[in-house]
Design a protein around this ligand. Structure first.
Ligand SMILES: NC(=O)c1ccc[n+]([C@@H]2O[C@H](COP(=O)([O-])OP(=O)(O)OC[C@H]3O[C@@H](n4cnc5c(N)ncnc54)[C@H](OP(=O)(O)O)[C@@H]3O)[C@@H](O)[C@H]2O)c1
Length: 182
């Protein structure tokens, strides 16, 4: 797929590398923006409080399937139910939230785990198949939590728990399983 990742830091740059290894064509854009008109999929990986600024500098955003990976560590604007909804209000395409609950610092170790790590995602119906594919192509097992509302906000609100755990054990993987699966 032709993917444009907005944000080329730990998450954006890291995912770009994983997806290129899986055969995708990936362009990453930094804070200076650029053109995304050739992208089939947009991935947003900028600090949550910079979404409006970062996307405003990108041309060619026009209804593409979008995956929002952002978290927020400053006060939240209640103008949108979630950061993913804010992203959707700008890009306008079928939207998902994913990669916000997994650690970029561990991307290089995904493939060597004994079991495939989970990656939670929320998505509108029309964004589900692309999101699942890109989660798998990054090396994770996709686990759907539901539609963008309320799923995206639930994932964003879990960042406090994620950070508390990381404070105890460092970057980690997680795996959800039904009884009998493990
Ligand atoms: N790090 C993780 O493990 C992790 C995990 C899950 C979710 N997240 C979330 O993913 C997002 C990206 O995190 P990250 O760790 O990849 O961040 P990072 O390494 O600091 O990279 C941030 C990227 O955003 C770009 N950007 C665009 N507009 C910006 C602006 N106005 N101000 C600041 N930066 C701007 C930066 O551009 P330049 O390259 O030009 O500086 C950079 O490429 C955040 O929302 C974070 O909460 C992070």
């Amino acid at each position: 797929m032709n993917i444009t990742v907005i944000g080329r830091g730990r998450v954006g740059g890291g995912l770009a590398g994983l997806w290129e290894e899986a055969g995708h064509q990936v362009t990453t854009l930094g804070r200076d923006g650029g053109d995304a008109s050739h992208a089939e999929v947009i991935v947003v990986a900028v600090p949550g409080h910079t979404i409006a600024d970062a996307l405003q500098k990108v041309s060619g955003l026009d209804g593409q399937v979008t995956i929002d990976a952002t978290n927020l560590y400053t006060a939240r604007s209640e103008a949108f139910p979630s950061l993913a909804h804010q992203v959707k209000s700008i890009i306008g395409g079928p939207t998902a939230k994913s990669f916000s609950t997994v650690f970029a610092a561990a991307y290089q170790q995904i493939s060597t785990q004994r079991v495939t790590p989970s990656n939670l995602y929320a998505a509108e119906a029309a964004a589900k198949s692309v999101t699942e594919r890109l989660i798998r192509d990054a090396g994770f097992d996709p686990l759907y939590v539901g539609d963008l509302a309320p799923g995206a906000r639930l994932l964003e609100d879990s960042s406090g728990l994620t950070r508390a755990l990381a404070g105890q054990i460092g970057p980690f993987f997680y795996r959800y399983a039904v009884p009998g699966e493990l």
